[in-house]
Design a protein around this ligand. Structure first.
Ligand code: TYM
Length: 330
């Protein structure tokens, strides 16, 4: 039996927030610890990010920041491979091969494309093609499990469809007889209770909505964000609980303890927010300190990315070669 393979990625397009963490990044670390003998790849999706960050210095800064974030939350380069998408050219090369079998109407069904269109936004080809590059990211490594938040579910479905289509057109006609399929079908791993972490306004926490709590926020930043939470009484069904506060609070404290606290402080929004600030700060502080330590030595971080790129390239190059042979360019 071959080892299980897990892969996921984050775009370096801003400051990582607790939605990224609880929705996806925490699972990276949990899986690393529960799946010791699996192959684990955690990618910095800089080529996806290039659709949004078009400034060289900013891109370098955000990329290094995300590598620090990965390390500070506990991704261990001895157990997992941390790498930058652009360091493994097989991703863009395989994406091109996929481009030749994916149709435009099919890509026009992507949520991100439809949203941009509905808002009359000009859409670049990179954004339109986003799901194809992401399919290449996943399929190159024979990935079985992709830990992500709910908003990425459709992208994993695209990856599955593209794998099926490629296997159908170019794969062995009878895989039982002729060996394995070229591309494995990946599954998303989405934790139900944190599939969509809400932001301080109750909508999905998102860099683009400006409603985030940064993952490595200072005490002051935490205070500012929490004081900015839109307080709602939650309506009768929530029993007067300010749900926007509660839903963030339950990320860092058990619901059992929260019930007690929210009953005791009923209607006292300021006191509840102060309790949330305490709990968030206690949660973030050790990671914030670890990150500050790591940030003192950026060379070491760059070295980790260099090693990760070598390891990822090895696996990706072999799969790309298989795909190139299958389509007949090799
Ligand atoms: P990105 O950078 O937008 O987000 C990184 C991860 O954070 C999750 N997430 C959330 N989860 C729950 N609640 C939220 N409010 C929330 N906000 C963000 C996202 O679902 C994601 O898992 N396309 C990807 C990056 C990518 C990738 C890949 C992922 C590129 N190639 C291959 C997996 C496999 C993205 O833009 O994530």
């Amino acid at each position: 039996m071959s080892k299980k393979t897990l892969l996921s990625g984050v775009k370096p397009t801003g400051t990582a927030h607790i939605g990224n963490y609880f929705g996806a990044m925490k699972q990276f670390v949990d899986l690393q610890n529960t799946h010791r003998d699996a192959n684990k790849f955690f990618m910095i999706a800089d080529y996806h990010g290039l659709n949004f960050i078009q400034n060289a210095e900013e891109m370098r800064r955000l990329t290094l920041n995300l590598a620090l974030d990965y390390l500070a939350i506990g991704i261990d380069p001895k157990q997992s491979i941390i790498f930058k998408q652009s360091d493994v050219s097989a991703h863009t090369e395989l994406a091109w091969i996929f481009d030749t079998i994916v149709t435009m109407p099919y890509l026009m069904r992507a949520h991100a494309f439809k949203d941009a269109e509905a808002k009359d936004k000009e859409i670049n080809v990179g954004t339109f093609n986003y799901p194809v590059l992401m399919a290449a990211d996943i399929l190159l490594y024979g990935t079985e499990v992709v830990p992500v938040g709910q908003d990425q579910k459709q992208h994993i479905e695209y990856a599955r469809d593209i794998a099926l289509k490629f296997n159908h057109i170019f794969g062995p006609k009878n895989p039982q007889e002729y060996g394995d399929l070229i591309f494995k079908l990946p599954e998303p791993l989405i934790m139900e209770n944190v599939a969509t972490v809400p932001g301080i306004d109750g909508r999905k926490m998102s860099k683009s909505y400006g409603n985030t709590i940064p993952l490595f926020a200072s005490r002051e930043e935490i205070t500012k964000a929490v004081m900015g939470i839109v307080t709602d009484s939650g309506g009768p069904e929530a029993g007067g609980i300010p749900m926007n506060v509660y839903n963030i609070h339950k990320l860092v404290k058990s619901e059992e303890k929260l019930k007690e606290l929210y009953a005791m402080q009923k209607g006292k929004y300021k006191a509840l927010k102060e309790a949330l600030i305490e709990d968030l700060d206690a949660f973030i502080k050790p990671m914030r300190e670890r990150r500050a330590e790591l940030a003192k030595n950026p060379k070491k971080v760059l070295k980790i990315l260099e090693t990760g790129a070598k390891q990822a390239n090895k696996v990706a190059a072999a799969k790309l070669e298989e795909a190139k042979k299958a389509v007949g360019v090799l």
